[in-house]
Design a protein around this ligand. Sequence first.
Ligand code: COA
Length: 141
Amino acid sequence: MIRRLGLSDAVAMSTLHRKSFSVGWPPAEMRLHIEKDLCLGLGDPLAAFILVQIGGDQADILTIATHPDHRRKGLARQLLTKAETCLRDQKVETLFLDVSELNDNAKSLYKSCGYQAVGRRPRYYRTPNGRVASITFSKSL
Ligand SMILES: CC(C)(COP(=O)(O)OP(=O)(O)OC[C@H]1O[C@@H](n2cnc3c(N)ncnc32)[C@H](O)[C@@H]1OP(=O)(O)O)[C@@H](O)C(=O)NCCC(=O)NCCS
């Protein structure tokens, strides 16, 4: 069942994030997000989570990750759908996100959930192999 994440989830979020990205976010950074952003998760132990920053009638997905052992089971899709419902309740009209141009799995996820590519930012992400462009996706809620 999807739940709002609390401060006690920060370490598990950080661990899962490190398994999913080349640059991990430490627990302290997760705590800051838990205090001010929409943070939803699934599973105990944590199998997937999403962080969304809300600003007025717009919001940005900061990150979404599913544990490698639980991928392709629909968890990210469930989290996206639930986050969209929460955002509509808060009168958010448009949701944005940036994804690495090289991240085909995530791009497939967003396209299959109705997001549209609306821009490209060259050299947006720093990776161990150099700078990579981001693709900006958006969805009207
Ligand atoms: C991208 C990620 C969050 C997807 O999580 P997930 O829980 O496995 O995704 P879901 O099972 O909900 O997949 C939903 C849809 O997304 C697409 N998709 C997800 N993973 C895919 C993959 N490996 N290959 C192709 N399409 C994929 C498919 O359309 C899928 O629907 P289907 O299984 O019915 O074909 C996960 O692979 C992950 O954590 N990756 C590392 C972190 C990351 O890249 N996050 C996104 C940053 S923007």
